[in-house]
Design a protein around this ligand. Structure first.
Ligand SMILES: [Ca+2]
Length: 286
């Protein structure tokens, strides 16, 4: 992209034109029962970015991450409500990056609005917080996380073992779940160091009352070795591929309407009747 402003506008256009969809990847217990699904953003059409991860990086760079995150959060909650959460009583894992929680435009209450509107109990929503980037203001961050915890959401520390925060993040957030990064899980049956690291993390988490999720299980032996360490939950291609939620009748575009994103001045129609709260807020810079 030529410059920040151009890229910013491009990302806001992606949101406004609803170019992302959501797929769900199962998180299962050792006996292969589905515990929940992680929502993963995917492109419906070309956006100019190689992957959703690249889009999120650009959104952080251009300070559009709060808008993108809220849009993806609504997609995830709406589609989950429309699909598996009605039938399977499974949990929903949603990725949230620390930049969003620390952003001045972050609206914590909007997740409650989405959950209430789509009728999902907050205890069924698990917020995955990645530790990819360095956090400078831990007390502000902890305040944001506490808000969600007090509301009943559960917290997972994502990609554990590869980021900046590591044990510091673990001790401050005190998550309900720790997702051990696939870097340590893949080849766990062949690599003694990975096995020892995963074993130590699992023992520590269990001592602190946290449940462990092994990410990136791609082979049967990785599953067997990881489950042999007492890990409770598993995710990866061997367990289940990401897939779209079953199509349903839930109305799309609630977020866009709520945010005043649609250019039409038509009154809001068809919104779930129980929604309350701020009717409009603007996209960052729009
Ligand atoms: Ca994740």
């Amino acid at each position: 992209m030529k410059n920040i402003k151009h890229e910013r506008d491009h990302i806001l256009d992606i949101i406004e034109n609803d170019l992302l969809t959501v797929h769900f990847q199962p998180v299962c217990s050792a006996n292969r029962e589905v515990f929940g699904y992680e929502a993963l953003s995917r492109f419906k059409y070309g956006t100019g970015y190689q992957s959703a991860a690249k889009l999120f990086e650009a959104a952080i760079r251009t300070e559009t991450i709060s808008s993108l995150d809220m849009y993806c959060r609504e997609n995830a909650i709406r589609e989950a409500s429309n699909g598996f959460m009605r039938q399977e009583n499974a949990c929903l894992f949603i990725n949230i990056c620390p930049e969003t929680l620390l952003s001045p435009t972050h609206m914590a209450g909007i997740t409650d609005e989405f959950a209430d509107c789509w009728d999902i109990p907050k205890k069924k929503i698990i917020l995955e917080i990645t530790e990819e980037t360095a956090i400078r203001n831990y007390s502000l961050f902890n305040e944001a996380v506490s808000y969600y915890r007090d509301k009943g959401y559960r917290i997972a520390l994502d990609d554990f073992g590869t980021g900046y925060g590591g044990l510091k993040m673990l001790s401050i957030i005190r998550p309900d779940f720790v997702k051990i990064d696939s870097h340590f899980i893949q080849q766990i049956d062949k690599d003694f160091v990975s096995l020892a690291v995963v074993d130590a993390i699992t023992v520590l988490c269990h001592r602190l009352g946290m449940k462990v999720i092994a990410e990136g299980i791609e082979r049967r032996d990785e599953f067997i070795f990881a489950s042999g360490l007492g890990i409770e939950f598993f995710q990866g291609y061997f367990i289940g591929m990401p897939a779209p939620a079953p199509a349903g009748s839930v109305k799309r575009g609630f977020f866009a309407e709520r945010c005043g994103l649609r250019r039409s001045a038509a009154p809001l129609r068809g919104r779930p009747g129980s929604c309350r709260g701020p009717r409009f807020y603007t996209l960052e810079g729009r």
